[in-house]
Design a protein around this ligand. Structure first.
Ligand code: IMP
Ligand code: MG
Length: 191
């Protein structure tokens, strides 16, 4: 039996419990370990949303991995990178040339962010470049990106938890949840 969770204030519905997330992360980590056996794998996390997923994934992967991070900002009206304009705010510490690189994302939504990162990173000569995402909301995809590993496909609702935020809150929830729409009003006071 899974443990009973009292949702945080503002949470409408839990989509995936902490136990479900952990179990799925372990499955995907096993797939990655098999695929990259004997290779020189580097996980690249996109700050801040993918940090929780990346650390859980890295611990569950059974082959040696290196990790590195970059930070981006996206602009334009609307949520995320609605107009596809993305900029690197903090670059990777190290080169990725001739390495097997797996870009680790919190969520692939429209696909603009991922496409930008793929274009940028592929220009640096990695041996291979894959995408691993915790969540895939493919129903909202605007530009096609090749997702190699995904933990969960989700419906067209705004979600928080396990790294995903609303106004920088909720990242530390162990589960993934739909936010109550009332909580998403501009004068929202999350607590
Ligand atoms: P995309 O460029 O539209 O694919 O957006 C990707 C980025 O938007 C993600 O890395 C998240 O930071 C953010 N994002 C998209 N949907 C959600 C959501 O439901 N909750 C929290 N952040 C989201
Ligand atoms: Mg975000």
């Amino acid at each position: 039996m899974e443990s009973v969770v009292n949702p945080a204030p503002g949470v409408e519905k839990i989509l995936f419990t902490e136990e479900q997330v952990q179990a799925r992360v372990a499955e995907v980590a096993a797939e990655i370990s098999r695929k990259y056996e004997g290779r020189d794998l580097k996980l690249i996390g996109v700050l801040k949303g993918s940090v929780f997923f990346l650390t859980a994934l890295a611990r569950a992967i059974s082959i040696p991995v290196k990790i590195d991070f970059l930070a981006i900002s996206s602009f334009g009206a609307g949520s995320g990178s609605a107009h596809g304009m993305v900029r690197i705010e903090k670059d990777l510490d190290d080169p990725i040339q001739d390495q097997d690189v797996l870009l680790v994302e919190d969520i692939v939504d429209t696909g603009f962010t991922t496409r930008y990162l793929l274009q940028t990173l592929s220009g640096r000569g990695p041996r291979s470049l894959g995408i691993c995402t915790l969540l895939d909301r493919s129903v909202r995809r605007v530009v096609q990106v090749p997702v190699d590993f995904r933990c969960f496909e989700i419906p067209d609702r705004f979600v928080v938890g396990y790294g995903l935020d609303y106004k920088q809150l909720y990242r530390n929830l162990g589960y993934i949840a739909v936010l109550n729409p009332d909580n998403k009003s501009p004068d929202n006071k999350t607590s």
